[in-house]
Design a protein around this ligand. Structure first.
Ligand SMILES: [Mg+2]
Length: 235
């Protein structure tokens, strides 16, 4: 009997789609500063510092090879922007931040493991496409033990192809042996996941934060409250 389901392959983003950090950046900074006895507001309002940290992490990523190097580059830039870059300070903070981050490791959202297993049992090919540095992303993939669920995994830092570049999506489809018109991409980032999938000609489902308007002209094919809603489309 021919398969009448709309999709043969389901492709996922990782961060904030399948997995999350239980302690967000602001919390890691607060704990780091507490351990180093640095006053919390010495760099400014904690939420603003956390946003700046996250933005610098993405901005400085290209051309850097490891998460440790990137963390140090981010702290150097952050401290310099506040006129506080002194000898060894960025190194101390970056090392402590890394230890704190690792102590509150990444986790899968509830039900993700069961969802991936169900999709496999239902015969879907599964792919993972994640932006980020090779070591940082593979650490997450290994510590959440999700690698066996996927037929192909593409980490942007390995391939030199970052979402929303449609070539990143095309490269994953090729590894899966999948056709773009029978694939669905599921992700939380409108800019990276939805605009990228659209440009690659792949149907997309946006995990849309409650109350957030669609921020651009592309209307996602599906809008989910969380990744478990894939069931409504696929199972
Ligand atoms: Mg994401």
């Amino acid at each position: 009997m021919p398969d009448r389901r709309p999709f043969s392959h389901i492709l996922f983003d990782l961060d904030h789609t399948l997995a999350y950090y239980p302690l967000p950046t602001a919390g890691v900074i607060a704990e780091t500063f507490l351990r180093l006895d640095i006053p919390l507001t010495s760099l400014g309002a904690p939420d603003e510092v956390a946003t700046l940290y996250d933005n610098l992490w993405v901005e400085l990523e290209r051309g850097i090879r490891t998460a440790d190097e990137l963390r140090l580059a981010v702290w150097r830039r952050l401290l310099a922007s506040r006129g506080l870059l002194a000898n060894g300070v960025a190194e101390r903070i970056a090392a402590e931040y890394g230890a704190t981050r690792r102590a509150h490791d990444v986790r899968l959202f509830d039900g993700v493991r069961e969802l991936l297993a169900e999709l496999r049992r239902a015969g879907y090919g599964l792919g993972l496409l994640t932006n980020g540095l090779s070591d940082a992303q593979w650490d997450k993939i290994h510590s959440t033990r999700i690698e066996p669920f996927f037929d192909a995994i593409l980490v942007a830092g390995d391939a030199g192809l970052y979402k929303p570049d449609p070539l990143a999506f095309a490269a994953l489809l090729e590894r899966l042996g999948a056709s773009r018109d029978r694939a669905l991409f599921v992700g939380d980032s409108y800019e990276m996941d939805i605009l990228g999938a659209e440009a690659a000609g792949i149907a997309c489902a946006w995990i849309r934060p409650a109350g957030t308007p669609i921020p651009g002209p592309v209307v996602p094919d599906y809008q989910f409250a969380n990744v478990l809603d894939v069931r409504e489309v696929a199972l």
